[in-house]
Design a protein around this ligand. Sequence first.
Ligand SMILES: C[S@@+](CC[C@H](N)C(=O)[O-])C[C@H]1O[C@@H](n2cnc3c(N)ncnc32)[C@H](O)[C@@H]1O
Length: 190
Amino acid sequence: MLCYLICAMSDADKIKWDLKFSKKDLTLGVGDSALNDFLSLKPIKPVLDFACGDGRNSLEMARKGIDVLAWDCSRIGLQRLEYFFSLEQLEVRSLMLDFDDLPDLEPEKFGSVWISHFLPSEIQLRWLFDKLPQDGLLALLTFNQLQINFNPRFCLEKDQFVETFDFHHLIKYESRIDKNSHHDFYIWKK
Ligand SMILES: C[S@@+](CC[C@H](N)C(=O)[O-])C[C@H]1O[C@@H](n2cnc3c(N)ncnc32)[C@H](O)[C@@H]1O
């Protein structure tokens, strides 16, 4: 019964996001401005764009010559990402994956992680942190509870992950308003 529920929830994410991406016109949003703060810290490569969607941040990184891994559960999102990369003859290694299945995965090695507009579970964050090399960076940017017209279930609680890892790993933690949207932004260094 529990297994059935977990499978059904995961399928629901995939179906929901495939539908959203299939309704979008064939243009890509611009990357997050916080990505520049992350890149200025010279993250170890390759950078994993975790829950990359259709790749607006992956593409920004690839344009700067950064080797990118792009993981997401949405086949349509990844097809769009591959299309946008092909338009600029840029390379990306994408993987369709449900993050509920992370524990079973022997992943391709990554040096740092970028997460935007996706609220990972603590288990997922710990899995990523565990796989990071020494000095690897892990950045998380997503809506906080001040964001209106957005389901609070998918928004960060105040200080939600401040104590997840040893405090000295947290090298940046701030609330920021980008394009009228309220975000919290974390960067950890392993
Ligand atoms: C709001 S989009 C953000 C996309 C991208 N990071 C960005 O900022 O443009 C959230 C992404 O999370 C992915 N996602 C949601 N649940 C997931 C899961 N269980 N496993 C893998 N990806 C998931 C969706 O497919 C979607 O692409």
